[in-house]
Design a protein around this ligand. Structure first.
Ligand code: HEC
Length: 127
């Protein structure tokens, strides 16, 4: 009996987890995001999203490399928080007021289309 409950619980957990993973980045339009990315993000994050844009050399903090697990394991909510509010003390400024919320979802969708969310890469607490 308790074994059946354990099986049920793990099936439930897997279902919930995959629903959560699938829900990542479904908001936003990839094509619109590509244009926004090119206009606003490429100079730091680079065309290949590896953090090696033309301006990246001169920055005090290197731009995030979206190819790495460190970024890929972040949820959309975590990524959106940075896009909206920026990272204090770093060249990454918040885009609130400069882009609409829809445009921020578009650009996140574009980034995720290059390097999809990868939850299993997460190790320890989010940074
Ligand atoms: C002036 C350079 C610059 C520009 C322009 C810029 N970023 Fe950043 N971005 C950074 C830096 C530097 C970091 C890393 C901050 C840190 O690690 O403390 C960063 C980090 C991020 C992160 C966090 C990633 C992670 O794994 O924590 C996201 C998301 C992000 N940027 C999205 C964007 C988007 C979207 C745009 C365009 C709308 C953009 N950035 C434009 C410099 C920039």
């Amino acid at each position: 009996m308790s074994r059946a409950i354990a099986i049920l619980a793990s099936v439930l957990a897997v279902t919930m987890f995959s629903t959560w993973a699938a829900a990542q980045s479904e908001r936003g339009n990839r094509q619109a995001g590509a244009i926004i990315y090119e206009q606003n993000c490429v100079r730091c994050h680079g065309l290949a999203a590896s953090g090696k844009g033309p301006d990246s050399q001169s920055l005090s903090v290197p731009p995030a490399n979206f190819q790495l697990d460190r970024s890929r394991s972040k949820t959309d909510t975590e990524m959106m928080r940075v896009i909206m509010q920026g990272v204090p003390g770093s060249p990454m400024q918040g885009w609130n007021g400069r882009l609409t919320e829809q445009q921020m979802w578009d650009v996140l969708r574009y980034i995720r289309s290059l390097y999809p969310f990868h939850p299993s890469a997460r190790e320890g607490p989010a940074k």
